[in-house]
Design a protein around this ligand. Structure first.
Ligand SMILES: [Zn+2]
Length: 350
């Protein structure tokens, strides 16, 4: 068990929401979080109607697939994600709602697994894939990853038997930019996982490479991202910190440069960290009216090759050309990306 900093009231609340299943407990004693999370989801689908409804709406989803040179991007029609696509994240809107990631505001049916000292694993009632978790910090604090990147790496490793973990920055698709959280979804369900080998060889430029750590800059004609591959958390963290420092120099944001992160961990190869560099929260198509509008608000899952569109007409309307324009608009610009790559290369090879 991990020691907690919570006050008495916080501890009482935590006791109330924790998932107390015997089978899960057995796994948690061995820190087998992926197994415990799987059991949590199985139970919650039976005990929590909202979650069951979320998953049954996923069964009616439609998917379109677009082939690019060396990779695939899928588009999923998912009406359950409408709230997330429309969420307003200005300060006034955030202040006028109850934070849905704070324990005291969550539905009573929603149970949690404690992850280490500061985090919880809960089921996301608006799933994109057939297993979808949210991993919020116990405390209400802003969505900023820099000081929690080590937890991001460890949770990704601890869930890696079944899941990948991702992070959406404050203005990069996070529905709760005021409450720190990660998410996890089923492994081998995102197109980029199987396409990355091809993408890397076709579009990648090696920025740094040694036995333990490889950093690559990639512009695949749609997305611009940095890929960190390493077996030791210390090395991966080091490369991320360099990325952050260089990106910060050209970022207009006060709090955090704009990015989404996908982490894929395997026992054999360690971490693959995809850092999707952004320049914009939402594309122009999002704001268009009538026939031209496409409600797609790209976040980590979309950048990983599975775009979510919650309105049927928009789903029917979307073309390959739309995808190129949308991703180009919200991705970091060419010049800035060149700066990011060369700055990172220099710092990694100092
Ligand atoms: Zn909160």
């Amino acid at each position: 068990m991990y020691k907690l900093d919570l006050n008495y009231k916080g501890l009482l609340l935590l006791q109330k929401i924790l998932f107390k299943d015997k089978e899960a407990k057995k796994y948690l004693e061995k820190d087998e979080f992926a197994e415990a999370a799987k059991i949590l989801l199985r139970n919650q689908r039976l005990d929590w109607q909202m979650l069951a409804d979320g998953y049954s709406s996923l069964e009616n989803q439609q998917v379109k697939e677009f082939q690019f040179d060396g990779f695939v991007i899928k588009v999923q029609y998912n009406t359950g994600r409408i709230h997330s696509a429309l969420v307003k994240i200005d300060e006034e809107s955030l202040n006028s709602r109850k934070c849905f990631l704070c324990s005291e505001n969550r539905p009573v049916e929603q149970k949690a697994i404690q992850y280490k000292k500061d985090f919880l694993i809960i089921c996301n009632p608006f799933p994109i894939l057939h297993e979808h978790f949210t991993i919020p910090s116990i405390d209400h604090k802003p969505q900023r990853i820099r000081n929690h990147f080590n937890t991001f790496l460890s949770v990704s490793k601890d869930l890696s038997k079944y899941y990948n973990v991702f992070y959406n920055g404050q203005k990069c698709g996070a529905s709760a930019p005021d409450h720190l959280h990660f998410q996890a979804v089923t492994k081998n369900s995102l197109p980029i996982e199987s396409d990355i080998k091809m993408i890397k060889s076709e579009y990648g430029i090696t920025l740094s490479e040694d036995f333990d750590l490889t950093v690559t800059g990639i512009d695949d004609t749609v997305r611009r991202f940095i890929l960190i591959e390493g077996k030791k958390d210390r090395d991966v963290q080091y490369a991320f910190e360099k990325f952050y420092k260089v990106f910060e120099m050209i970022s207009a944001e006060d709090e955090e440069p704009m990015f989404n992160i996908l982490s894929v961990y395997t026992e054999k190869k360690g971490w693959k960290i995809f850092l999707f560099a952004r320049s914009k929260h939402r594309p122009s198509f999002y704001y268009f009216e009538g026939e031209e509008r496409i409600l797609l608000s790209p976040a980590a899952i979309d950048f990983s090759g599975l775009c979510v569109v919650p309105v049927k007409e928009h789903f029917d309307r979307i073309t390959k050309d739309h995808l190129i324009k949308i991703f180009r608009e919200v991705s970091l610009g060419k010049e800035a990306f060149e700066f990011l790559k060369s700055g990172l290369e220099r710092r990694l090879n100092e």
